[in-house]
Structure formats: C-alpha cells, structure tokens
Design a protein. Structure first.
Length: 471
C-alpha cells in the first residue's frame, strides 16, 4: 500500500464543529482534510437538526397564523390547506442549499473533503472506509475529533423513526399524527411538539421535572412559556416519568407515573417522540486503539486547550463537554485551530446564548435566578412585559417578557432571560452586554429605536437599576 498522505490537520466529522475548523484551518494556511461519513457536510445541525427544524417551525407557524390569526387583522383568506409534502420539500431545499454551500467553502479554502468513516489506526493515522466503496488512509500532524452526538434512546422503546421517533423522524413524518406523545419537555420536545401541534396533532408532553425547557431555562420564563404553549393547545404532564412503553401495535402505549411514585396511567399515541437528551457519539472511532477514554457520560476527556492526553489530538463540539449547541461548537472550532497555529485561543463559556424557537421564542444568556441564588450572590431582578411595548402591540404579538438578573452591589449583568417575539435575535444584544461586562444601567442608558421590540429590552434593564417608563 502507498504510504498515507500527511496533513497538518485531519478532522473527523464534518458537522458544525468539524467544518468550521476545516475552513478556519484552510484560511490559516494549514494543509487540512475533513472526513465525513453521512455523504453531506454540516452534520446534525444542517442535515437533521437546527436547519430543518427551523424551516418546519417557520412554515408551521405561518400556517397556524393564517388559520387562526388573520381575521382580527383585517385579512380574510379563503380555504387554507396543508400540503405537508411541499412543506417537507421546502425544508429539504433549505438544507441542500446550505450543505452544498459548505462544500463550496471547502473548495474555496483548499480543504480536502474525504467522504467516508474514519477510525484511528494509530496515533497519527486515520483509516477511512469510503462512502463510495474502498478504503484509504490519511495521516495528521494534528487530529481533531468532532464526531458529534446522537439521540439518547429510551430503554424498551424501539426507535423505527416512523411510530417511535427521535427528532430525525419527527422532521420527516409523512402525515400529521392524530395524537403525538413527547417524552421529555426539553428544547427538542417543545420545538418539534410545536410543529406538529400547529399542523393539527394533539400533543402531550411528559416531563420528569417540575418545569419544561430543559437545563438552564429560568423558572419564571419556563412557567410563562408553558402557559403560552398551553393556550396554543399543547398539553403537559410535569413531574411525571415514563415507566415503560409498548410499541408492538399501531398505537403506542406508554405507562407513566408520578415522578415521586404513585398514580399510574397509560397514554396512547400514534407517534411517540423520544426527546430525553443527546449523548456524545464516538462509536467505531477506534479510540481504544490509541488508549483514549470517555467519561461516564461518553464524553472524550480533554484539557482547557481541547487536548486529549495525546496532545496532538483535540476534541470539540457535542462529543465533549459543554452545551450541545451549534454556535458553541463553532466557537470551539476557531479556538482549537488557533491553539494549533498561534498557541492561544479563547471561548467565553459564560456568554453562550440559548434559543428555543417556539412561538414566541425563548432566549437566554448567563445565569438564571435560581443559579445566582444558589451561588449565594446578592442579586436584583428587573422585568418588562411585551404587553407594554408599542411594537409588540402594533404587531398584536404581546405574550412574554424580558428579565434581567444583576449583581445587587455592582449592577453588573449576570443573566438575561427573554420569552417573547424575536427573543432569539434580541439575545444577541444581551450576549454582547454580558461579554463586555455591562451593567443594567449601561443598557438602560443606551438609545433603542422606537418603535421596536428591543425597547422592552432597554426598559427591563431600566427596571433593574431604577424604574421602567412605560410600565
Ligand atoms: P454533529 O453536527 O453531530 O456532527 C458530527 C458529524 O460527524 C456528523 O455529521 C457525523 O456523521 C460525523 N461523524 C461521526 N463519526 C464519524 C466518523 N467516525 N467518521 C466520519 N464522520 C463521522 N443547536 C443550535 O445551536 N441551534 C439549534 O437551533 C439547534 N437545533 C437542533 C435541532 C435538533 C433536532 C437537534 C438534534 C439538534 C439541534 N441543535 C441546535 C444542536 C446542534 O445540532 C449540535 O450542537 C451541533 O450539530 C453539534 O455540532 P458537531 O459538529 O459537534 O456535531
Ligand atoms: P434536553 O436536555 O433539552 O431536554 C430533555 C428533557 O427530557 C429534560 O427536561 C429532562 O428532564 C427530560 N427527561 C429526561 N429523561 C426523561 C424521562 N425518562 N421521562 C421524562 N422526561 C425526561 O434534551 P433534548 O430536548 O433531547 O435536546 C438535546 C439537545 O439538543 C439540547 O440539550 C440542545 O443542546 C440541542 N438542541 C438545541 C436546540 C436549540 O438550540 N434551539 C434545538 C434542539 C436541540
């Protein structure tokens, strides 16, 4: 066999973490190859995650709004019909455009794209099983593992992606289910639950904890969005655990009981969405061949510079520590390449925003009130409701609020939590404020254009150090 070609950097995984690192490395003049096995670049996010889910969220929202929220606006429409096949096609078009776009960026930045499954043959060599058949291998002075994550299965339920689905099946259903049961009231459960509820399914969410939204969401905000989603028709069973499921028939039966033990009940649905979290994916990577280990939760262990105990091998994105978010993976990708080329890199893990793309959206950055309280910090809060914001009023879209959590003594912002229209865009301003160490008074004394939703952001800041004007 011919000796494997040597690169400065070999990346395993072409998801957001891997492809961003590849482009950055190309820009920095490194000889770089990126190995991806799914036949398309962009990973979970572009192919079966962020992008397809947001396409469905956007279009299902439009459909729902046209059905229920036009008459009062003076718009009378005729017969409204759902064409699910076309809605799925629109989603596929967005996905294809973006994944092809990444392939173009690879070419532009001299990244070699190897379509296949990579596994460690030794500490510097990756053996690749090519998608189109055959094998090859590539050597790397540096290697970056960016193999991502997969849905955590529910013991005893057989995921066929039709009747019992993860998010991957939930973005590709062929028909609107009559009844959908969602196990796990985190971000995936609420986003995908929203899509199918808007399209006509009767959606029930079973959540183990006493609040929805998954880790990090402020309790006050969680209560607010639960109420809003409830008005839209979603049903919630909190403090409830799924004991077992039976998916042998056409209708799936799920036994649930109170989390603390007690009352049992059997729920039935034609589609069950399992959304109880994701776990790092490192299967088949051959970590054992080079003596690398994963922790109890399957994460590859690394240091502050993303290095494993073999310092030329680094790990970023969903397959290691931190929130499983695309923009977190992207920050790490740039930092990891900079550690290789410049010996320094930086990610501020205290200022990574989270957004849930329901309607209205929920977005936050920094610590929530419970976390600040638990840390024993003296704090103050300030809120402002969208019902008192002029733009939200003109848009007739007034559910939700902005909430600041700040240090009681220094007024420095500790966290910002929003439920409301456009929260996902608005949180960028909050992230910048946090990144720059702003106080609530800094934000409150910054002019915000009128009439915009972002005035609610300014006024919530004002309410934290003083008083809001319009509430
Ligand atoms: P991945 O995107 O999972 O990419 C890893 C890639 O590595 C995969 O393509 C895989 O095929 C490849 N791979 C694995 N092993 C090998 C191997 N041995 N050889 C070759 N290739 C391999 N995050 C957000 O920030 N915003 C959102 O709106 C959002 N929405 C989401 C919606 C859903 C339904 C889901 C499931 C996730 C969502 N996420 C969102 C999370 C986001 O998708 C992940 O955080 C992000 O994709 C992580 O990027 P990654 O590169 O680490 O991993
Ligand atoms: P999650 O961690 O957000 O939520 C899982 C929920 O399931 C939690 O509330 C948990 O308490 C509950 N749960 C766990 N076991 C349970 C059980 N046996 N019975 C009932 N409830 C149970 O995980 P999710 O929603 O699966 O999403 C995975 C990850 O994907 C997210 O953490 C996020 O990182 C990423 N993601 C991000 C999105 C975004 O940024 N908009 C969108 C979708 C996913």
């Amino acid at each position: 066999a011919t000796p494997a070609e040597e690169k400065d950097l070999v990346i395993i995984g072409g998801g957001v973490a891997g492809y961003v690192a590849a482009i950055k490395a190309g820009q920095e003049g490194l000889k770089v190859a990126c190995i991806e096995k799914r036949g398309a670049l962009g990973g979970t996010c572009l192919n079966v995650g962020c992008i397809p889910s947001k396409s469905l969220l956007n279009n299902s929202h439009l459909y729902h709004q046209i059905l229920h929220d036009t008459k009062n606006r003076g718009i009378e429409v005729g017969e409204v019909k759902l064409n699910l096949e076309q809605m799925m096609k629109a989603k596929d078009t967005s996905v294809a455009g973006l994944t092809k776009g990444v392939e173009f960026l690879f070419k532009k930045n001299n990244v070699e794209y190897i379509k296949g499954t990579g596994a460690f043959a030794d500490e510097h060599t990756i053996a690749v099983n090519l998608v189109d058949g055959g094998e090859t291998s590539v050597r790397g002075k540096n290697i970056l593992i960016a193999t991502g994550s997969e849905a955590t299965p529910f013991p005893g339920l057989n995921i066929d992606e039709k009747k019992v689905v993860t998010s991957t099946g939930a973005i590709a259903l062929k028909a609107v289910p009559k009844k959908m049961l969602v196990i796990g009231g985190g971000i995936i459960g609420l986003e995908m639950g929203s899509v199918w509820s808007r399209l006509g399914a009767e959606v029930t969410v079973v959540e183990f904890l006493g609040q929805i939204g998954g880790p990090g969401m402020d309790a006050e905000i969680s209560k607010s969005i639960q109420k809003i989603l409830g008005k839209q028709g979603m049903k919630f069973k909190l403090n409830t655990k799924v004991v077992k499921g039976d998916d042998s028939g056409d209708i799936v039966k799920i036994d649930v009981e109170a989390a603390k033990g007690g009352k049992e009940e059997t729920l039935e649905a034609d589609v069950v969405l399992v959304a109880i979290g994701r776990r790092p994916y490192t299967a088949g990577l051959g970590l054992e061949n080079i003596g690398l280990e994963v922790d109890k939760r399957g994460r590859i262990v690394i240091d502050q510079e993303y290095r494993t105990k073999l310092p030329h091998i680094r790990v970023i994105g969903d397959c290691t520590f931190g929130p499983m978010l695309a923009h977190k993976a992207e920050e790490e990708a740039v930092a990891a390449v900079e550690f290789i080329t410049k010996n320094y890199g930086h990610v501020n893990y205290n200022a990574i925003p989270s957004v849930m793309y329901t309607h209205p959206e929920v977005a936050w950055v920094g610590q929530n009130e419970a976390e600040v309280k638990e840390a024993g910090i003296k704090y103050k809060t300030g809120t402002f409701p969208f019902s008192a914001n002029s733009r939200a009023k003109t848009n007739q879209d007034t559910d939700g609020m902005v909430k600041f959590v700040a240090d009681a003594e220094t007024d420095r912002i500790l966290g910002i939590h929003i439920v409301g229209p456009n929260a996902g865009e608005m949180i960028a301003e909050g992230t910048l404020a946090l990144e720059y160490g702003a106080s609530t008074e800094d934000v409150g004394r910054t002019s915000h254009a009128h009439p915009t939703l972002s005035e609610a952001f300014k006024e919530a800041a004002m309410a934290t150090y003083g008083k809001a004007i319009h509430y």
